[in-house]
Design a protein around this ligand. Structure first.
Ligand SMILES: [Zn+2]
Length: 168
């Protein structure tokens, strides 16, 4: 992973870096409470979007954040799954877009990965598990290099066929 630190280009990245520095200083993440519940009348995509807004504490930022949410054509919703697609979410800004993938981890918990180019093949793959504003800040500050990125990085079907980053 590159160790360059980029400057935040939007208010979400700036808030994420502030949150990560606070967590590093105090050892504690901000308490955000339980995820929103999935109610029968909600479409699942809307629920996944609501969970991402909650995990990233977007509503307390006090500015409207538009999120585009759709089925992901490449990744399954659960590891080795076939029938249900993962959910792709994007937060567009003027100069870049933050792309996330929502899947269920081995504990059946909805989890989010930041999508970015593979170091080896350049395809868009899950590079870092991001479940809080602090996580996003750590990623932007490159303070989590030692953690090795998302567990989905090696299993992602989005890699090029011959990509060595893909596990077997
Ligand atoms: Zn790759």
């Amino acid at each position: 992973m590159p160790s360059t630190t980029r400057t935040p280009s939007n208010f979400i990245e700036a808030a994420a870096i502030r949150a990560a520095m606070k967590r590093a200083r105090t050892g504690q993440a901000s308490r955000i409470g339980p995820d929103p519940a999935l109610h029968g009348h909600d479409a699942e995509l809307q629920w996944v979007e609501a969970v991402l807004r909650h995990r990233l504490s977007l509503n307390p930022l006090g500015r409207p954040v538009s999120i585009r949410t759709k089925d992901d054509d490449t990744h399954p919703l659960v590891a080795d799954g076939q029938h249900f697609p993962a959910v792709a979410l994007s937060i567009p800004f003027a100069d870049r877009t933050l792309n996330f993938l929502a899947t269920y981890d081995d504990d059946r918990r909805l989890t989010f990965d930041l999508i970015g180019p593979c170091d080896r093949c350049g395809k868009p793959v899950p590079i870092e598990e991001i479940n809080s504003l602090e996580d996003l800040g750590d990623h932007l500050l490159q303070t989590r290099d030692g953690l090795g990125g998302s567990p989905r990085l090696r299993t992602s079907p989005a890699h090029a066929d011959d990509c060595l980053a893909r596990g077997n």
